[in-house]
Ligand binder design. Structure first.
Ligand SMILES: Nc1ncnc2c1ncn2[C@@H]1O[C@H](COP(=O)(O)OP(=O)(O)O)[C@@H](O)[C@H]1O
Ligand SMILES: C=C(OP(=O)(O)O)C(=O)O
Ligand SMILES: [K+]
Ligand SMILES: [Mg+2]
Length: 561
């Protein structure tokens, strides 16, 4: 693969960023106003991808860098790398080998499998295809399994389409199992769904798609009158409200059901990289799963999904106990008023920055693209706001799983987030996002490193890391140059896929810091990615030499010669 394509070609999309190789001083003190460009913003994936679907890559050409980053680097240089990570939900619309390859080429960092849908065999087939793509084609796509969790929703009973509820119509909500359709009858997924529910309570479908008033409770069934007409979609979520407040039913439901445990076993045996836990209530359940995983595969990271009122009440302990967070706005929007979501999202992201955990913003980012080839202006604003709020990753759900324009949606996410990252890089002065206690040497080194990287205008930050800790501390500070995280652990490489601005590189590291630095700069230089005069900031924490107790955590500036 050509490695010396000029950066100008890559930046033809956004002409004002042709300035990748400005001299250091000019780059640091440049003041730029946000200027619109008249260049088409959302290229089709087919015109963008330089690597073609079907190309096979020789392993020795890879240097432990994945093929997508390597292509991007050779086209655009260090300053052209995208920083926000992208997660795609895999569903029937994108599950073939070629479709997954196109998503990987389009920048998918993590593939999400939602265990609410489809069979284990189907999920196994997808996971194996992704691993095959990584192995044979040089991608680095991590796999996330998302548990079904216990939630009350409309059961699958063979009715393929949505039901329309008219104003004033009378409906039965039952737990009785039946196949096919019964007029004005909806089957609920959970036996105890009517427990504690009283006449006069409101039953809300999908956070407001339709609303019913409970007029009678008959055993496990509810007779309800539609008071706000709308649609009941397959697997629509059901919630109850009394006097304007949510009647919380999650306390009766286990966070991890028997099916979830069986799915987790499946995930462990298939070697997933992340398990996203639905409807987390508190830190105990996160710790419980992490303890369990530590006996099976301690490298699997546990992400807690914030999607219930209860999880908001215990947010700090949940964030602290987990390896990362997903702001699952779909269900969250069922439990809190929609107008609160933007503020809650910002608060969760701020807490994740403070406690140094990666955070994914999920659901409905580009919902209209399930059906239409262009996003709404409001959707673009939502994507940009999430980047501005310092999210690590953005997620596609139905857009990629069942949508008609999944690859285009991914390209829209990519283009919009790159644009927003650049606005921030150009305009926003260095902000201290990392907090550190006086005894936290690694944190203090990384806080200083980010400040130095920005003020010196270095070309890249190199981090040498075993478990990814130093890399995450660097990412948290949102340095302007890209962070290359060199690690000799495959699992660390895969888990770094969720961290903003971090490019994981798998490489054999020795116990000698200087040898590591020499070796990696030589490798990168040999690919034409570093040139004489380039400046690299080096952060290191992997030198426990044989018998020695000291771990050298260090920071240095290296001018390439
Ligand atoms: N593995 C799958 N198999 C079939 N359909 C899927 C799968 N994953 C997702 N989907 C479809 O994509 C839609 C959006 O995905 P997601 O947001 O993950 O689920 P949900 O809508 O259940 O919260 C789902 O409603 C479902 O129709
Ligand atoms: C991501 C979410 O979870 P799921 O799709 O599993 O409901 C959500 O609720 O936004
Ligand atoms: K789920
Ligand atoms: Mg959910």
């Amino acid at each position: 693969m050509a490695s010396s394509i000029s950066s100008a070609a890559a930046f033809a999309l956004i002409p004002r960023y042709q300035m990748t190789k400005l001299d250091l001083k000019e780059r640091c003190f440049r003041v730029s106003l946000p200027r619109p460009t008249n260049v088409k913003s959302f290229p089709s994936t087919s015109t963008r991808a330089v690597m073609q679907v079907g190309t096979t890559v020789k392993k020795e050409d890879l240097l432990g860098l994945d093929i997508v980053t390597e292509t991007e680097l050779s086209e655009k240089g260090f300053w052209g790398l995208r920083k926000t990570k992208l997660v795609c939900t895999v569903g029937p619309a994108c599950c073939s080998y070629e479709q997954l390859e196109r998503l990987a080429l389009g920048g998918m960092n993590v593939a999400r499998l939602n265990m609410c849908h489809n069979t284990k065999d189907w999920h196994q087939d997808v996971i194996r295809k992704i691993k095959k793509l990584n192995l044979e084609k040089g991608f680095c796509v991590s796999v996330m399994m998302d548990t079904e969790g216990s939630q009350i929703h409309v059961a699958d009973h063979g009715a393929p389409t949505s039901l329309k509820a008219e104003d004033g119509s009378i409906w039965f909500f039952t737990t009785e199992q039946f196949n096919g359709c019964r007029p004005f009858t909806v089957q609920a997924s959970y036996e105890g769904f009517a427990e504690g529910i009283k006449e006069g309570d409101e039953l809300v479908v999908d956070g407001g798609m339709a609303t019913f008033e409970v007029i009678e409770r008959i055993g496990n069934d509810l007779r309800c009158k539609c008071i706000d007409p709308g649609l009941i979609l397959p697997r629509a979520k059901l919630s109850f409200w009394r006097d304007g407040k949510l009647v919380d039913k999650h306390d009766k439901l286990p966070t991890l059901s028997t099916k979830d445990w069986s799915d987790i076993e499946f995930g462990i045996s298939e070697g997933v990289d992340f398990i996203a836990m639905s409807f987390v209530k508190d830190a105990d359940v996160v710790r419980h799963l992490k303890n369990y995983l530590s006996t099976k595969n301690k490298f699997i990271k546990v992400l807690a999904k914030i999607e219930s009122l209860e999880s908001l009440h215990k947010l700090e302990e949940i964030v602290e106990s987990s390896d990362g967070i997903m702001i699952a706005r779909g269900d969250l929007g069922v439990e809190i008023p929609l107008e609160q979501i933007p503020t809650v999202q910002e608060q969760i992201i701020n807490l994740c920055r403070k406690l140094n955990k990666p955070v994914i913003v999920a659901s409905q980012l580009l919902e209209s693209m399930i059906e239409y080839p262009t996003p709404t202006r409001a959707e673009i604003a939502d994507v940009c706001e999430a980047v501005k709020q310092h999210a690590d990753a953005l997620m596609l759900s139905g857009e990629s799983a069942v949508g008609c324009f999944g690859e285009k949606a991914l390209s829209v996410l990519r283009t919009a987030s790159i644009r927003m990252e650049r606005e921030e890089t150009d305009q926003v002065p260095h902000r201290e996002l990392g907090f550190s206690a006086p005894d936290q040497i690694a944190e203090e080194i990384c806080n200083s490193a980010a400040r130095m990287a920005n003020s010196l205008g270095v070309d890249a930050v190199f981090v040498y890391t075993k478990h990814g800790q130093m890399a995450s501390l660097m990412s948290r500070n949102r340095p302007k140059p890209p962070v290359f995280a060199f690690t000799s652990e495959k699992e660390t490489q895969m888990s770094l896929n969720l961290l903003w601005g971090v490019t994981p590189v798998l490489v054999d590291l020795s116990d000698d810091r200087d040898i590591n630095i020499e070796k990696t700069t030589h490798l990168i230089k040999s690919k034409g990615m570093l040139k004489e005069g380039d400046v690299v900031l080096i952060v290191s924490d992997v030198m426990p030499t044989q018998g020695a107790r000291t771990i050298y955590q260090s920071l240095q500036v290296k001018v390439i010669c």
